[in-house]
Design a protein around this ligand. Structure first.
Ligand code: FPP
Length: 240
């Protein structure tokens, strides 16, 4: 690690674009699936480290609205991995007081996946530890379209007026309703883009691009990202 974390200036919400599973596997002359499996293991370590240090919310980008365009066998593998993850981890997550939340529209997911997810949400509903948001079939643009439609219906039905539309109303119409906006967005693998992830919510987030592939991202890399975050001067459009 490259220094000491200031526990009084921790990011409350960390959001991660877990990129590079495929390249990690290719480097080992293994199929892409192998990388996704290793990626699943990395989530465990990072969630634990976030929880231990006192981060309030961890969001991971597990499956985007665009990921359906991958080959069918990769999509099926990812869905099965999700089912396996939920099934295997749920008791441990619950024991550790983790609260599971999903960002995204679950309706196109296989019924077994939805079942496991709903079980996890219900079981952990009253937990008071770290909130673990899994972005699944998530896309920021789809989320904003859905929010616009819901707000437009409320105006049409006379429940609110056009003047009632403000930042708070829009924030509360998103999957992240009630959550702090992410203070820190991390993307692994060296790619530097947001890929339709939390576009509204990350308006003032600090972005950290880590040069390791997601399966190699662990506690140490997380602490380095937090240190980089703490070295930034967050002004939110103001001057000092
Ligand atoms: C990006 O790497 C990763 C994904 C699209 C899937 C992320 C999924 C996991 C880490 C495991 C499953 C998650 C849960 C919650 C069980 P990539 O495939 O785009 O890698 P590449 O850019 O190197 O090809």
């Amino acid at each position: 690690m490259k220094g000491e974390i200031d526990r009084n200036r921790l990011p409350k919400h960390i959001a991660i674009i877990m990129d590079g599973n495929g390249r990690w596997a290719a480097k080992r002359a293994m199929p892409r699936f192998f990388g996704h499996k290793a990626g699943m293991e990395a989530i465990r370590e990072v969630l634990r480290a976030c929880s231990d240090i006192g981060v309030k919310i961890l969001t991971v980008y597990a499956f985007s609205t665009e990921n359906w365009n991958r080959p069918t066998d990769e999509v099926s593998y990812l869905m099965n991995l999700l089912i396996e993850y939920m099934h295997k981890e749920i008791n441990e997550l619950n024991k550790n007081n983790v609260k599971v939340k999903i960002l995204g529209d679950l309706s196109p997911l296989p019924p077994t996946a939805v079942e496991e997810i709903e079980k996890a949400i219900e079981l952990t509903h009253n937990n008071t530890g770290i909130q673990f948001n899994i972005a699944l079939n998530y896309g920021s643009r789809a989320e904003l379209i859905s929010a616009c439609r819901n707000i437009a219906k409320e105006v049409r039905d006379g429940k609110i007026t056009v003047e009632d539309i403000n930042e708070e109303l829009i924030s509360n119409s998103l999957f992240t309703e009630g959550d702090y906006d992410p203070d820190l967005v991390i993307r692994t693998s060296g790619e530097k883009r947001l890929s339709n992830f939390l576009l509204w919510q990350s308006a003032y987030s600090e972005l950290v691009f880590a040069d390791v592939m997601w399966p190699d991202f662990g506690k140490e890399e997380l602490m380095d990202a937090i240190l980089e975050y703490q070295s930034r001067d967050r002004r939110f459009g103001k001057i000092k």
